[in-house]
Structure formats: C-alpha cells, structure tokens
Design a protein around this ligand. Sequence first.
Ligand code: MG
Ligand code: MG
Length: 256
Amino acid sequence: MMNMIKSPDEIALMREAGRVVANALAAVREAAAVGVSLKELDDVAAASIADAGATPAFLNYRPRWASVPFPGVICTSVNDAVVHGIPNGYRLQDGDLLSVDCGAFLEGWCGDAAVSFVVGTADPVDQELIAATDAALARGIEAARIGNKMGDLAYAIGGAAQRAGYGLLADHGGHGIGRTMHAEPPVPNSGRPGRGLKLTEGLVIAIEPMLILGGDGDYYHDDDEWTLRSANGRRAAHSEHTVAVTAEGPVILTLP
Ligand code: MG
Ligand code: MG
C-alpha cells in the first residue's frame, strides 16, 4: 500500500515523465496522415522521447502473459484493433480510426497515456465513439478524488460508456503507476459505487477506457500475439491519462 502513494515531490517528477509522453503523442498525431506507415509514427515517438532524455516504456516490454516482447515504442491500434497494435508497415488510409498508446520513463518515473483520432475524412459514428471514450475518461478523472472509492471511479467510467450504448473491452482496465508502468492497484472500467479501495492523497493511477461500437467487449488476438481486436469486428477507441489524487483534486500528469 505504501508504495502506491507518492509524495508531492515524486508527483512533480511523474508530471515531467507525463509531459514527455504527452509531447510524443502530440508529435505522432501531427505526423499521422493518409499514406504514413505505423512504423514511421513509431519512429516519430522514438525521436520525441529520446530528445527529451527519456526512455520508452513499451519497447521490449514483456509481461508474464506475453511470449514475445513488444517490438514498438508506441501501440498503434487501427479500426477494429482495440489496443496493443504493433507499429508495422501498414499505411494509414482515409477514415482510419487510430488509437495511439505511449509510455516513457524519465528519471525512473513512468508516464502512460493514449489518444484516439481519425485520419483524414471522419465517419461521424467514429467521432461519436471517440467523444464517448474521451467523456468516459473525463468522468473517471473527475471521480479520482480523496474519499471516493475505486468502485466510484470504475462506475463513473463504465456507466458513461454503457449509457451511451458502447461495449467496454472485457478483462482490461487501468492500473497504478510509478517506478513501474503496471503497478497496484487495478483500476477497472466498470464497478459498483462505494466498493473497493479508498482513494487517498498521493495515489497515482492510469485511467484508460476502451470502448467498442456495440457488442459485449469480447476480443481476440492476432497471430502476432499482441494486437487485440474486437470480436464483433467493429471499431474501437482508447483514451488514457496518468492521474494523481491530490488534496486539490485530480491532477492529470500526462499533459504537454
Ligand atoms: Mg497506455
Ligand atoms: Mg496504461
């Protein structure tokens, strides 16, 4: 429990790591255009992180469940890919819905954030999905307050998504973050108000709703063992911020 709690000085350092991530995501978004490959976007993120004197958190990351280390600096998940898409030679097409997830370490502290957007001409259905995902994230952040419980936060995220009629990716959610990217506590995307861990000052968590057009949140993995796709084949969006619970309320650490 103690190491889930960060001091104000430690949160200030995490803010700098978060800034690196936000700037890398902004650079990727700026570079994303029809005809640009996912690998080229990965190179943009790599350069941005290196220029900041930071280290990518995803590159060669290998959790217990993975038989191969992740080969990219960012996750690039296109259309029915929900998360963990590998930045390969695929070239973006007009109307693609791209989710980009990025993590970086600066001076031993980690930041983690994700953003979704449409490349080129957007289908309004995709824009609404992205807006709903961003709104679910905003609800979760708003609930990241001293005195609330994790269930309140989870319910804020999941309730927003479900009321809007979207599927929530099953078995996946946010996480504590600090000296490691994935730490205690789990931050579920659905839950019951008043249940779970009490949120206290200095808790730092990554909040990350993953919404799918319809369906029940079922998914499958590509043969690359990473790319996670919606079982119904429909498009998905992912938004994430690293957030500190403070006496002044929730503070987003992954901003430029
Ligand atoms: Mg992430
Ligand atoms: Mg995360």
